[in-house]
Design a protein around this ligand. Structure first.
Ligand SMILES: Cc1cc2nc3c(=O)[nH]c(=O)nc-3n(C[C@H](O)[C@H](O)[C@H](O)COP(=O)(O)O)c2cc1C
Length: 178
């Protein structure tokens, strides 16, 4: 087991209680991968002809009243400018048959929406066919934290079609019961 030590403040001085090992990014990634998640594709209108679609499992619920959700986007993403405060986007919660779709939106390509069926909402945000849920949001708040942008969205509308979820666990896609 890896232990993490803390610094202890003693009368104004900070004393290292233990020699803290640096957190190894690979070990951290492996540890975080033990948290099974669903899989979403976050969509937004692009600035050009191409809409934006990003596979993301950092999605989480945040608040029911007001209705807020959150996710985070790597700062190196070329899509980062689409998520300024006030901008529209959608969270598409994938179902078990949509693994190929998740892979398609997890790679930077010129035409991410090739052969993808979707409808556009009134803000030109793609809503993916077959998703279990489409949460239509606007960006409420953003903050750069570490190497990601934390994005809090306000849910403005939603459509749900419950079925079996697509899961992500220990770096691989999974399904319930497998
Ligand atoms: C299951 C899964 C979950 C992912 N979750 C995130 C995420 O939450 N945030 C993120 O920035 N990238 C995430 N990625 C990686 C992005 O999907 C990938 O970098 C994609 O190319 C980003 O789109 P972009 O190239 O338009 O920035 C995930 C990839 C996979 C396969």
């Amino acid at each position: 087991m890896t232990t993490v030590s803390t610094n202890v403040a003693v009368e104004g001085d900070t004393v290292a209680a233990n020699l803290a090992p640096a957190i190894d990014p690979r070990e951290l990634r492996d540890a975080l991968g033990l948290f099974a998640t669903g899989v979403t594709v976050v969509t937004a209108p692009g600035s050009g002809d191409q809409p934006i679609g990003i596979t993301a499992n950092s999605f989480s619920s945040l608040s029911l009243d007001p209705p807020l959700v959150l996710w985070s986007l790597a700062l190196r993403s070329p899509s980062i400018d689409a998520f300024a405060e006030g901008q529209p986007f959608a969270i598409n919660i994938l179902q078990r048959e949509q693994e190929a779709l998740a892979l398609q939106f997890a790679r930077p390509t010129d035409d991410k929406f090739k052969n993808v069926e979707y409808a556009l909402n009134g803000y030109r945000v793609p809503l993916l066919e077959g998703a279990q849920a489409q949460l239509e949001c606007t960006v409420e708040f953003t903050r750069v934290l570490g190497d990601h942008l934390l994005i809090v969205g306000r849910v403005e509308a939603m459509n749900t079609m419950p079925s079996e979820p697509l899961l992500f666990y220990r770096g691989a896609f999974a399904q319930l019961g497998t």
